[in-house]
Design a protein around this ligand. Structure first.
Ligand code: BGC
Length: 766
């Protein structure tokens, strides 16, 4: 395709929020849409939560608990088909960032604390989507583990930890599923913005892993196109209204970048357009269905059923002292606002506009028409309400069992901000204590995108954790509570006891720019398990209404590694699904290494008394570590354990094997180095919040914007997840992206004036 120089300079930056340019129909274009657990297709200029009707599947933190790559692949497939129907060429997901702390506000969009599990899930998801001729975007590359200062924080990590933990799921997925795009994250990694990080984008991603697709910036993550393209980024999103293009043009004229370098990005974008793009006519012919039309479609019904199956497979039975499944004769009272405002997803760019499906209360009523109900607390505030509590106590009078619906509410977590506490909302804590005094049996039906400290955990008789299970979560939860379905979800992350026990406790989401990943390799179970720290619930854990036994372990050496096989038998009296997990126990060498690491897993269905043989193949990567001085993956030679577990803490079969490799390997403990930038204190990558400390003009702008948000979202409040995210973006994002996204309300030149003013005042000590 023959593009003029000006067209090439234009193609590397998007048009509007969701498209690449077509130059009046000369070429096809890409339409990109969020992602990941549904399709958020929007008209230009629409507000965040205003998108076309679409299916809302369980979010990634729930999906990973299925430990079922098959269902994740089927969801990917249906999302690919739905994207095709909606004219979406690239679906922006999945997210494989590691859960470094349970407090990251966006953990619900990520799979796991374990790279292997995340990599397997993402691979199935992407294969499912892309087999329909629709691309995906593997995000957020990389080490984007917190929302606080997400556009300015610098993740300082040693190379071995990066390779083995934070880059690993990306590596697995890029190699196995070839995503059409990889999204460069907002943050800096070791002093360089991800969008400008040549080591990450070119040396590792392209040259080592063989990636051939496009690297797209996260929305607003690119502030300097020249540096980004030179580093290996291809496409800036969204529109930067000629500001970045003009700077690129000037850099080209001044010899800071060559046309050949720009051509590389252009050619990669053209190749993606060729494969996934659509014509302007195709786009114009598309008409969005109304919600009514959407819900009437056969495909919507089929996909809703899939969302239900996935949510059933994701629900984790955390505790059961005999009351679950509920009996049809049980007299139950349902307490909790989340029974009527059932949380299906988290807030932010992944917010899906799905149909209004039955709530937990609606579904329970079909089984227990005489149940009693009270909200007990208001999920949109934190303060307790004594009248609501009294009412809750009153409606439980004749009940034998209380089904308490609670957990993390919309106020607690969302994109753009981190949670400020590991505890449950205060009003729920207070209510739970009141309910406990009633002396009834209590089932906790729990929702939320991440672990939290379960108040009075020891006093609940049963706990079923549904995470954010998508549009069918209420139907799935009630099917699990009543025994219509048998729980089979297992935790894809550890539930620690207290915040102080978490690995990144002292250096997570501080307001400091540099975030030191001092805990190194020891995140998630690698930390708790290796250091024998007691937890609420361990990684991989989940109960069932039946029991499984494991025996007959055989480990056979093969040319590639080992073939591990064993038998699982359902010894209970109902059909169920087991999740056998294979961990490798590492020996203690002269280098740091977690005690055990997940290396394979599966999910199998078994009827009562049925047995099945499971086999796993282990290759060299099950034993490798990254040797930074030699710049390569190596196997430390020695004796390893092959462990089969129900969870990381419940190992049921094991055998030792000797693995050949590098003898007496010694790897020094890494040291973290912080890179300080030279130059002026304030630049276009400073935030308006920072600038306002030294610039009156910025301060006024900030105040006006808060006012504007209050007016834009009448009656919603600044705590509302959508408003909260947008406000954080404005205050805390780079001033460059905020200014551009203001669509001219803040003229770009005003930003330069503000930066000068702030630097002047800073330098003169004002
Ligand atoms: C998010 C991405 C998302 C993009 C487009 C960003 O703020 O970090 O995950 O895909 O917006 O909505």
């Amino acid at each position: 395709m023959n593009l003029s120089l000006d067209e090439k300079l234009s193609l590397v930056t998007g048009v509007g929020f969701w498209h690449t340019k077509s130059f009046g129909g000369k070429i096809k274009h890409l339409e990109l849409s969020d992602g990941p657990h549904g399709i958020r297709k929007q008209a230009e200029g629409a507000q965040n939560n205003d998108s076309e009707p679409a299916i809302c599947y369980p979010t990634a933190s729930a999906l990973a608990c299925t430990f079922d790559t098959g269902i994740v692949g089927r969801i990917g497939d249906e999302l690919g088909k739905e994207s095709k129907e909606k004219g979406v060429s690239i679906l922006l997901g999945p997210g494989v960032n590691m859960k470094r702390s349970p407090l990251c506000g966006r953990n619900f969009e990520y799979y796991s604390e374990d790279p292997y599990l995340a990599g397997r899930m993402a691979t199935s998801f992407i294969n499912g989507v892309q087999q329909n001729g629709v691309g995906t975007s593997l995000k957020h590359f990389a080490a984007n583990s917190q929302e606080t200062h997400r556009m300015r924080s610098d993740s300082v990590i040693d190379e071995r930890t990066l390779r083995e933990i934070y880059l690993k799921a990306f590596e697995m997925t890029v190699k196995a599923a070839k995503p059409a795009t990889v999204m460069a994250s907002y943050n800096l990694v070791n002093g360089t913005y991800s969008t400008e990080n040549k080591w990450m984008l070119t040396d590792v991603l392209r040259n080592e892993w063989g990636y051939e697709g496009i690297v797209v910036s996260d929305w607003g993550a690119c502030t300097n196109l020249t540096k980004a393209i030179k580093a290996g980024m291809d496409l800036e999103m969204p529109d930067s209204f000629e500001v970045h293009k003009n700077a690129l043009k000037k850099d080209l004229e001044e010899g800071n970048i060559t046309e050949e370098e720009i051509d590389k990005a252009v050619n990669r974008i053209l190749a993606a357009i060729e494969k996934y793009g659509l014509t302007d006519e195709e786009e114009a012919a598309y008409k969005a269905p109304t919600m009514e039309e959407f819900l009437a479609k056969e495909s919507t019904k089929r996909r809703h059923e899939l969302a239900y199956q996935a949510s059933v497979g994701a629900g984790v039975l955390l505790k059961n002292e005999g009351i679950l499944p509920l009996h049809p004769e049980d007299k139950i009272a349902v307490i909790g606002d989340l029974a009527v405002k059932t949380r299906i997803q988290g807030g932010g760019s992944s917010h899906i506009n799905s149909g209004a499906y039955p709530t937990v209360l609606d579904c329970l009523k079909t089984h227990y028409p005489n149940l009693t109900f009270a909200r007990g607390y208001d999920s949109m505030v934190l303060e307790l309400d004594e009248v609501m509590e009294e009412e809750a106590a009153a409606v439980t009078k004749d009940a034998e069992i209380i089904v308490y619906c609670g957990g993390l509410t919309d106020l607690a977590e969302g994109e753009g901000y981190d949670r400020d506490t590991f505890k449950m909302p205060e009003n729920q804590i207070h209510l739970i204590h009141k309910l406990m005094e009633l002396g009834k049996k209590i089932v906790f039906l729990s929702f939320g995108g991440a672990p939290f400290e379960m108040e009075c955990l020891e006093q609940f008789d049963s706990v079923l954790q549904m995470y954010l299970g998508g549009e069918a979560v209420a139907e799935a939860a009630v099917a699990l509570l009543t025994g219509l379905e048998n729980p089979s979800g297992h935790l894809a992350e550890t539930w620690p006891l207290y915040m102080k026990d978490t690995p990144a406790y002292s250096n997570f989401a501080s307001r400091e720019k540099h975030v030191l990943y001092n805990e190194g390799l020891f995140i998630g179970y690698r930390h708790y398990n290796s250091r024998k720290i007691p937890v609420q619930f361990p990684f991989g854990y989940g109960l069932s209404y039946t029991d499984f036994e494991y025996d007959n372990l055989h480990v056979e050496k093969t040319e590639e590694g080992f073939l591990v096989s064993f038998t699982v038998t359902n010894t209970g009296n109902r059909a169920g699904k087991a999740v056998p997990q294979l961990y490798v126990r590492n020996f203690k060498g002269d280098f740091e290494r977690a005690d055990v690491e997940l290396r394979d897993f599966t999910k199998i269905s078994l009827n009562p008394e049925e047995s099945k043989e499971v086999s796993f193949k282990l290759g060299p990567d099950a034993f490798q570590i990254y040797d930074v001085s030699e710049k390569k993956w190596v196997i430390p030679e020695g004796e390893y354990g092959i462990l089969i577990g129900r969870s990381v803490e419940e190992i049921v079969l094991s055998e030792n094997v000797y693995v050949e490799g590098v003898k007496d390997l010694s790897i020094p403990k890494p040291e973290l180095t912080v890179s300080e930038e030279a130059g002026e204190r304030f630049t276009i990558t400073s935030s308006y919040a920072e600038l306002s400390e030294y610039s009156e003009t910025a301060k006024k702008l900030l105040d006006q914007t808060v006012e504007m948000f209050i007016q834009m979202f009448p009656g919603r409040g600044l705590d509302d997840p959508e408003v909260h995210m947008m406000l954080e973006m404005f205050k805390d994002g780079t001033a460059d992206s905020t200014t551009l996204m203001s669509h001219g309300r803040i003229p770009y030149d005003t930003l330069y004036t503000i930066i000068d003013e702030a630097n002047r005042n800073y330098n003169s000590g004002k």
